[in-house]
Write a protein that binds this ligand. Structure first.
Ligand code: F6P
Length: 466
């Protein structure tokens, strides 16, 4: 078996104890690496006055984590700048929030080059290199410049936007050209793959000689959709833990005679949190008889706090939750419990298990693993109902959820009413289909499909050569 080198901005080696927080990428990569005596390379999360390329090595659960510190200016221009002020808003269709600053682009290139220069000496001839997410799109180009000939794959965890949205990015062509230095590029859904193909064919003069193969910039690239899933086996184990059960009992006890509606998201403007609060407010207005029967718990740990748009959304959510609670609360009840704290994954499992409704309303989302975790945590004999935005990648697989347009407060309010009134037979029927999908299309299926596509590239080349 080849060694697998995973490259991602954040590196969180598996603790195996349920401590991981809401970020889906780290959880998935930890699971993906479990069966490989692999290497996980990326940023240490720390800064240093001057970049040295000095590696911090840590061996956890059979995985070697190799990380480097970055300079403060790298953080400003690469992570807060190009990644989170330019690409993130643009890829989530928030063209109004996307900032285009030449220094961000320069910092992005520099950090990708620094990562490549640090990683290249660690690469052995048969290693498969798997790069993740929008922070690291030019990694393959930098590695190729250093003479790395290994097969290199890239997986984009976020949406790939429609052509007309993407071309708002200055030097968009250059970014796409860099993607052709990979052997395989994977997207979460067929829709994102098609949007990428559309760009290559219509904007970059590319060709598609066969399905899943693109030719452009003098190179050939394999593309595919690989929907990411849960580490279903590990999540099921976590749900049985004492911590998960304690949390479920606690939440059940504090919602006696009430239905718990739950949302768990990083505090991000792409997650449709404002729209969720407004939809819930509408539900309360339209259904006075049901007010005291529900409690909405929104867990939203703060994220990317140095970016202004995140400070703004936080302020607005404080306003909405305060207003709604002020208007509807009673001495012994308040409709929204809004919590900015981070919880362990096993505790979240317990909370999902006590909820009657999972409310997942992103305006755009590459996949959304919270939706899948909510499904996995339900009691098969009395499952809750998932309300899911049709703009989450997960909606393609979880089509037995109540799919809604998160921009419509009416649709959210109607779906809440329907979910709360849904009889057990329908809840079980819908949940059975959802659960079957979550179990089948899990993180192992995702990893194996991608890794074999990447390994298959070599076989193809060898077959051609032979
Ligand atoms: O794909 C986006 C993503 O990397 C998620 O997978 C992850 O949950 C989140 O962003 C983490 O963001 P950050 O590393 O900026 O905290």
């Amino acid at each position: 078996m080849n060694r697998l080198i995973v490259v991602s901005n954040r590196v969180n080696p598996p603790s195996g104890e349920g401590e991981e927080t809401v970020g889906g990428l780290a959880m998935a990569l930890a699971a993906a690496l479990r069966e490989y005596s692999g290497l996980w390379f990326g940023w240490s999360g720390k800064t240093t006055p001057q970049f040295t390329g000095q590696l911090n090595l840590e061996k956890v659960g059979g995985v070697t984590a190799a990380t480097v510190d970055l300079e403060e200016v790298d953080l400003d221009e690469y992570y807060n700048g190009y990644a989170n002020k330019t690409l993130w808003p643009l890829f989530h269709y928030r063209t109004d929030l996307a900032a285009y600053d030449r220094a961000f682009g320069t910092g992005y290139e520099r950090v990708n080059r620094r990562f490549a220069e640090t990683l290249a000496p660690l690469v052995e001839p048969d290693d498969l290199i798997w790069v993740h997410d929008y922070h690291l799109i030019p990694m393959a180009r930098e590695l190729r410049r250093l003479g790395v000939k290994n097969r290199i794959g890239f997986f984009l965890h976020v949406p790939w936007p429609a052509h007309q949205v993407f071309i708002n990015l200055p030097r968009h062509r250059q970014l796409v050209e860099a993607m052709f230095d990979y052997d395989v590029v994977g997207f979460q859904t067929q829709e994102y793959r098609q949007a990428f193909e559309e760009y290559v064919l219509s904007e970059a003069g590319g060709e598609q000689p066969a399905p899943g193969i693109l030719k452009a910039f003098g190179q050939t690239l394999n593309v595919g959709a690989f929907p990411i899933g849960l580490d279903a086996v590990d999540f099921a184990r976590m749900l049985k833990s004492a911590r998960a059960r304690r949390m479920r009992d606690l939440m059940t006890a504090c919602t006696v005679f009430r239905h718990l509606i739950v949302g768990v998201d990083r505090l991000d403007y792409s997650k449709g949190l404002e729209e969720r609060f407004l939809g819930f407010e509408r539900f309360l207005n339209e259904n006075p008889d049901m007010r005291r029967e529900v409690l909405m718990l929104q867990i939203a740990p703060v994220s990317r706090e140095s970016v202004e748009a995140y400070q703004d959304i936080r302020g607005r959510l404080d306003g909405h939750s305060g207003r709604i609670n002020g208007e509807f609360a009673d001495v012994d009840w308040n409709p929204i419990r809004y919590v900015n704290k981070n919880y362990r994954r096993d505790e979240l499992g317990g909370i999902y298990g006590a909820a009657r409704v999972g409310l997942v309303t992103p305006l755009r989302d590459g996949m959304n693993l919270v939706a899948k975790e909510f499904v996995a945590a339900q009691n098969p004999e009395d499952p809750g109902v998932l309300i899911l935005s049709r703009f989450a990648g997960a909606a393609r697989q979880l089509d037995q959820a109540l799919l809604i347009n998160p921009n419509s407060a009416e649709e959210i309010a109607d779906a809440l009413k329907r979910a709360l009134a849904m009889d057990k037979v329908e809840r079980i029927r819908r949940w059975t289909a959802l659960f079957e999908n979550v179990q089948r299309e899990d993180v192992t299926a995702w990893r194996d499909a991608f890794v074999s596509a990447l390994a298959g590239v070599e076989e193809k080349e060898e077959a051609l050569a032979g």
